[in-house]
Design a protein around this ligand. Sequence first.
Ligand code: ASP
Length: 352
Amino acid sequence: MRLLKYFSFAVGLVVLILGLTSSVRAELPTVAVITTGGTIAEKIDPATGGAVPALSGKDLLEAVPELAKVAKIKVVKYSNIDSSQMTPELWAGLSKTVDQVLADPLIKGAVITHGTDTMAEGSYFLDLTLKTDKPVVFVGAMRDASDVSPDGPANILNAVVQACSDNAESWGVTVTLNQYINSARDVRKTNSTNVQTFNSGEKGFLGYIAMGKVYRFHDRHDRRRFPLPNKLPKVVLLTTFAGDDGSLLRYAVDQGAAGVVVEGVGAGNVNAEVYKAVEYALKKGITVVLTTRVYHGGVFPIYGDQGGGETLEKAGVILGGDLTGPKARILLMLTLPQVKGEPARLREYFKH
Ligand code: ASP
C-alpha cells in the first residue's frame, strides 16, 4: 500500500514537472529563422578543401541547444548559397518571404542567416523594402562549421535573444555578429577574416548583447521604406582610379544601364575624363549618383574644378551623402522606379 502511495506521488510529481516545463515552453516567444546560406552554413568539402554550403536550418539549430530556453523556432529555408552569389532579385524574393512569415501574429521576429560578404547590402535592401515593423536580425559567421571554434552558434543565439527582446524595438533591420548590433543602413564589413568584422563607422553600434540581454545604445530615426518594384532597373557601380579614361562608364551607359553609381575619390571627386563620361551619361538621361571610396565622411560639393563634387552636382549628378557605393546602388534601384521623370526627387532620398 505504502509502495503504491510513493509510486502515485512520484507519477504526480513527474506530471507536474512536465506540465510546468511545457507551460514554460508554451510561454516562450516564437522566432522565425530564415536561412539563405553563407559561411555560417558552410563546411570544408574534402574533395576541394574549400568551404561550401552544407548545413540545413535544422543542422544550424542543433548546434545551439541553449535556444530551447530562449524561444520556439520556426525554420524557413529560402536558399543555401554563398552570399557572393546573391542578387538584388534574390533579396526582393527574400523580402517578400520575410513579410509573409512575419504576417503570422504568433511570430515575434525573424533571424536571417546570410553570408557576410554581401550582408551589408542585403540587410539594407530589406531595411528599405520590408513592410513589417517586427525585428529582423541578419546574422552570419566568419568561421565555417568545420573550423576550430565556429562563431555561428553563439551568433545565432544572440540574434534570437535580440529578436525576442523588447529592448530591441524599432531598429528596423540590423546586422548582429560578435555581440555587436549594427543598423543595416550604416553597417560595413571591415575585415575579410576576423570575427569582429562588422561596424558602423562614425555612426556607432546600436547596441550590444551579453549574457542573454540586449543593451541599447541608440535609437534609429533614419529609416525610409519603398515599395518593391515589379522589375528592378539595371544600376551599375564603378569605382574610379587615378588615370581613369571614363571608358567603363561610357560602356555601362551603352550597355543599357538605367543608373550609375560612381565611387569617386576624397570628398567625392573624379578626373576630367570621367567628368566628360558623366556628362555623356546625363545627356542620355541616365541617373548618376556620386559616392566616395573613403571610409568616413561621405561626399560634399567642395571642389570646383572639372570633376570636383561642386561641378558634378551642378551638372546634375546626385550626391550620395554618406552611403557606401554598394548601398547607394541598392537605394537607386529602389527609388528610380518611384521618381519616373522627376530626378530632382532623388536628391531628397540621398541626402546626408
Ligand atoms: N563567403 C561567405 C559568404 O558571404 C563569407 C561569410 O559568410 O563569412 O557567404
